[in-house]
Each structure stands twice: as structure tokens, then as C-alpha cells.
Design a protein around this ligand. Structure first.
Ligand SMILES: Cc1cc2nc3c(=O)[nH]c(=O)nc-3n(C[C@H](O)[C@H](O)[C@H](O)COP(=O)(O)OP(=O)(O)OC[C@H]3O[C@@H](n4cnc5c(N)ncnc54)[C@H](O)[C@@H]3O)c2cc1C
Ligand code: FES
Length: 507
């Protein structure tokens, strides 16, 4: 078994309090009725709830776990409209006018966050930073140059540079001025505290199981029912299947390490590379020093078991490129990548009148999630929003694009193939201490993990979403579904949607 360096928890979560809000308890809160129920307390849900509360609506935020411990608590938290390389491609795919709306809405989200932090004096390590997408070789230099040209055309604060404060040479970079970074969880906890009270609620440890549209809508949780005129589903991966978002996106998991670095050796700004094996780099204040965050090694969820290797590669990079001495943190998380690169924000389906969704932020949800919250709030408040059409969640989606075709064919291959081939192991004896294996016993497909004490944890290997077979994730000790990114802990408890039901225990 590999011993990985660093505390296995997100720095954002480790440095903030847990258990900030109550659970919805049937007896105490029976009959909760609000204007808007918001399912999921990440950046999209909390931003929407904040805006709606400010506008005089009553809201109930229902969070399965705790505020901002999902993707928003595991992000790198760069708040920027520079999304690696996107604008040249968007102009080509959807035209300049629509690409301009994407640019404008993301830049507006950056400025909205900045103003809010200033006006509310939010203590969240916010700072203005330049942000860079860099090329280390000629192979991606032309893409970088095209991106600068596209971004300038769209009115973004872009320029081309050949030097940065990174401790290694680059051949060129897109630079955006006056972008920002923050501590995502401090920011979201502050907003959540302003939401609770005066007829509005924030509930933690309250998992929503179903939403029934009606007048009012019924939001059914594992603790009781909440009535609401409108419902926003902001669960990252939508828990309701009607919009088929699982077929319009794929779930990408990526890794981050945090290493202490002294300010005089740290790079200034926020960085992301280009090409297949790019790295994402920034720093954040850390006990009088800085914590250098390095992210990368992304892959489709459930497509590999050896995830320990991912952390090791990031560690090697941190040590060789930045000379860091310790690795203090490591964590990983995932986001849905939209096939047309645009988030889905708005009505769940053309037939819904009161149920809305926001998803598909493609690893840029600090700005995309913020603008989702603003857009959904405008929609509920009946205010016109010029970005609504671009992000319309019911828009015709490119099922026939090569990438979406490939991903959806992959799902079919997993669904059928995993059943036909059977699982390789026939005995729990094959499951070593610290390891997870798929085992077939009397025709049952079982996901089995043996913990450090030798105790076996055995659950059904069939994902409760649409029935694919889960795959072992060695670093996180979880069962990950290769079809739509659902994840379960080693006892089968749901960690990440779209599934809402736990894996069945094996008996
Ligand atoms: C490695 C990585 C690095 C990233 N770095 C950046 C970055 O630097 N800048 C940037 O802009 N973006 C970044 N992103 C993307 C960004 O972090 C995400 O897009 C964003 O956090 C998603 O927010 P969300 O509100 O959709 O989801 P989440 O934050 O996951 O919130 C959804 C919430 O819904 C809850 N939930 C789920 N199911 C239920 C249920 N049934 N009932 C109740 N609640 C439920 C979950 O517990 C969760 O808290 C990164 C993504 C990754 C993967
Ligand atoms: S997440 Fe869809 S089948 Fe597992």
C-alpha cells in the first residue's frame, strides 16, 4: 500500500468550522413552507439563496451534507473569466455574439463577488490577482495566441506575455488582469449565515430524495417535507433525471495538493497550463506563510483505480518545480463538463414551470456557479436577464458531437459489458487489506473493501442511479461509477450524485 503525503482533507474545509446549521427535524420543522427551496449548498445554490433572500423571498436551503463541502469546498477557488482556453473555440462554435455573452457574464460574476466581499467585508482571503494560461512549448503556443486575440475581441482584459513569476520558463501566456482568488468556504459560510432566519432556513445533513412539482412543489427529504412555490436543484450533478443532464455532460475528477511555501519563493498570480497534462497553480495565506496549491491529473470519474499515482505525480511536480519541502494537504473532487462548454441554467425541462437547475460548470464554477445563482434568482423574481437564452438548460444539445457520442457510447459499453464479462474475483479472500475488489459470489456482483483492521465492507456493485458497475478508487477508498460520475463510500453511502440511494449492503 502506498503512503501518500499530506493531510487527506481540503484545506478550505480543514480551516473552517463544521456543523453550522441544524438538520431538518420532522417534529421541529414539520410544515416548513417557503417561496423557494434550494437543493444543494455549493456556490450555485448559496448565491441564488442569498440573492433571493435579499430580494425579500423566503428560502429554505437543503443540504445533504454541510455547507460547501461538495465541489465548492474542494475547488482551487480561482475567481476568473479566464477559463484556460475557451474563447477562440466558443467564437468558432457559437459565434462572436454568444461568446461575448459568456465572457461578459463570467466577468460580471467576478466583479459581483468582488463587490460583495467589499460591501459585506467578508473575511475570506480575497485578493485581486492576475491570471495566466501558459504554454511551455511551441505545441500549444498558437492556441495561446489565438486565445489572446479572441479574448481581446470580446472585450476581456487580456494580453500576451512571455514572462511570469513561475520558477520555470514558458514560451507564452494569456494574461488577464484584475481577476481574483478567495477561500471558497469562508465566503460561502458567510453568505449562508445571512440567509438563515426571518422565515428562511438553512438545513444541513438533510438529503433531498424527490421533488414533486405542483402548487406548491413538495420537496421530499429523508427528514420531512418542505413546500415551496419554486425549487432550484443546485446539486452539482442534478439529482433529478428528467433533464438528461447526465447524457449532456461527463464527470471529471481532478486532484490537488497543498504545500507550504515561503512568500519569497512563491509565484504571484494564478496559473493554468495547456496540453494534456496541465497543472493549475495558485497560493493562499497559510499560518504566516503561503500554501501552494497545485492541481491536475484529471480523468473521467471511475475510469481508473490507481488514483494514488495521481497525487504522487503532483507531489513530484511540486518538489521538482517549486522546491517545496513538505506536502501538507491532498484532496480531490469532480465537476460536470458540458459537451458544448456552456453551463445549463434554467428550467429543468420545457414541461417544468417551477423546477430549475444549474449544472455543467466544466471546472469553472466559481464564476459560472455565481452567475447561475444570479440568473436563477432573476428568473424567479421575474427580472429579465440577457444571459438566460445562452445558458437555457433545455437548449438543443450536441448529442452528436464526437466527444458526447464517445462518452454516451462508453456508458452503454460499461452497462452491458460489465454484466456480460462477470467480475474477475470469486472469493473475498482475494481482497487484501487496504484494497477494494469487485467479486462475484453466487451470481451477485459485489464491491468489497478490506479495511486496515481486516474487516470486510461488502456492498452491491450495482450503481443505484442507472445500474452500471462501480469501480474502486484506491486513494479515496470509494466506489466510483464510470457511467455518470456517481460515487459511494466503502460502506455504500452516496458521496456524489446523480445517485440519491446508497449501494445495497451485501448479506
Ligand atoms: C479540481 C477542481 C478544481 C476547480 N477549481 C476551480 C477554480 O479554480 N475556479 C473555478 O471557477 N472553478 C473551479 N472548479 C469548479 C468549481 O469548483 C465547481 O464548478 C463548483 O464548485 C460547483 O459548484 P456547485 O454549487 O455546482 O456544486 P457543489 O459545490 O458540489 O454543491 C452541490 C451541493 O449539493 C449537495 N447535494 C447533492 N445531492 C443532494 C441531495 N440529494 N440533497 C441535498 N443536497 C445535495 C452536495 O452535498 C453539495 O454540497 C474546480 C473543479 C474541480 C473539480
Ligand atoms: S452514476 Fe449513472 S449509473 Fe452510476
Amino acid at each position: 500500500m502506498v503512503q501518500l503525503a499530506g493531510k487527506p482533507i481540503s484545506y478550505w474545509i480543514d480551516s473552517t468550522p463544521t456543523n453550522n446549521f441544524p438538520t431538518l427535524v420532522r417534529e421541529t420543522f414539520e410544515g416548513v413552507s417557503v417561496d423557494v427551496a434550494i437543493v444543494g449548498a455549493g456556490i450555485a445554490g448559496i448565491t441564488a439563496a442569498y440573492q433571493l433572500k435579499q430580494a425579500g423571498k423566503t428560502v429554505a436551503v437543503l443540504e445533504a451534507d454541510q455547507i460547501s463541502v461538495g465541489t465548492s469546498g474542494h475547488t482551487t477557488a480561482k475567481v476568473t473569466s479566464l477559463h484556460q482556453l475557451i474563447y477562440a473555440d466558443l467564437i468558432k462554435q457559437i459565434g462572436e455574439a454568444k461568446a461575448r455573452l459568456y465572457a461578459e457574464s463570467n466577468q460580471a460574476a467576478v466583479e459581483w463577488v468582488a463587490s460583495l466581499v467589499e460591501n459585506e467585508q467578508i473575511d475570506c482571503d480575497f485578493s485581486r490577482q492576475s491570471t495566466f494560461t501558459f504554454a511551455e512549448s511551441e505545441a500549444t503556443l498558437s492556441e495561446v495566441k489565438d486565445e489572446v486575440e479572441a479574448a481581446v475581441t470580446l472585450g476581456l482584459p487580456a494580453s500576451f506575455v512571455t514572462e511570469t513569476t513561475l520558477p520555470f520558463p514558458i514560451v507564452g501566456a494569456v494574461k488577464f488582469d484584475n481577476q481574483a482568488q478567495f477561500h471558497s468556504r469562508k465566503y460561502l459560510l458567510h453568505l449562508a449565515k445571512t440567509i438563515d432566519g426571518d422565515g428562511s432556513y438553512v438545513f444541513e445533513k438533510t438529503r433531498v430524495q424527490q421533488v414533486e412539482e405542483g402548487d406548491p412543489c413538495q420537496v421530499i427529504t429523508d427528514q420531512g417535507v418542505v413546500s415551496a412555490k419554486d425549487v432550484l436543484v443546485t446539486t452539482n450533478a442534478p439529482i433529478l433525471d428528467q433533464g438528461l443532464f447526465f447524457a449532456k455532460t461527463y464527470a471529471k475528477r481532478s486532484y490537488i495538493i497543498g504545500a507550504r511555501i515561503s512568500p519569497d519563493r512563491a509565484p504571484q498570480g494564478m496559473f493554468i497550463g495547456t496540453g494534456q497534462n496541465y497543472r493549475s497553480i495558485r497560493t493562499t495565506p497559510f499560518n504566516g506563510d503561503l500554501l501552494l496549491l497545485i492541481g491536475g491529473e484529471g480523468h473521467k470519474v471511475g475510469s481508473t483505480s490507481d488514483t494514488e499515482e495521481k497525487y504522487q505525480k503532483l507531489e513530484d511536480y511540486a518538489r521538482s518545480r517549486f522546491g517545496v519541502e513538505t506536502i501538507d494537504y491532498r484532496w480531490s473532487t469532480q465537476d460536470l463538463v458540458s459537451f458544448d462548454r456552456l453551463p445549463f441554467i434554467g428550467k429543468l425541462t420545457p414541461f417544468n414551470q417551477h423546477v430549475y437547475v444549474a449544472t455543467g460548470f466544466s471546472l469553472w464554477g466559481m464564476s459560472n456557479g455565481t452567475l447561475s445563482g444570479l440568473l436563477l434568482a432573476d428568473t424567479i423574481l421575474g427580472q429579465e436577464n440577457r444571459w438566460a437564452e445562452l445558458y437555457d438548460a433545455t437548449r438543443a444539445t450536441p448529442f452528436v458531437k464526437p466527444q458526447s457520442l464517445k462518452e454516451n457510447i462508453d456508458v452503454g459499453v460499461h452497462w452491458i459489458g460489465d454484466r456480460l464479462k462477470g467480475l474477475r474475483h470469486q472469493s473475498f479472500d482475494d481482497v487484501a487489506v487496504g484494497d477494494g475488489k469487485l467479486v462475484t459470489i453466487k451470481g451477485k456482483q459485489i464491491a468489497a473493501y478490506r479495511d486496515e483492521t481486516g474487516t470486510l465492507h461488502a456492498v452491491s456493485a450495482t450503481c443505484t442511479h442507472l445500474g452500471c458497475i462501480v469501480n474502486w478508487n484506491s486513494a479515496e477508498k470509494s466506489w466510483d461509477c464510470p457511467c455518470h460520475g456517481g460515487r459511494f463510500d466503502c460502506d455504500g453511502k452516496v458521496l456524489h450524485g446523480p445517485p440519491i440511494k446508497d449501494l445495497e449492503p451485501y448479506s
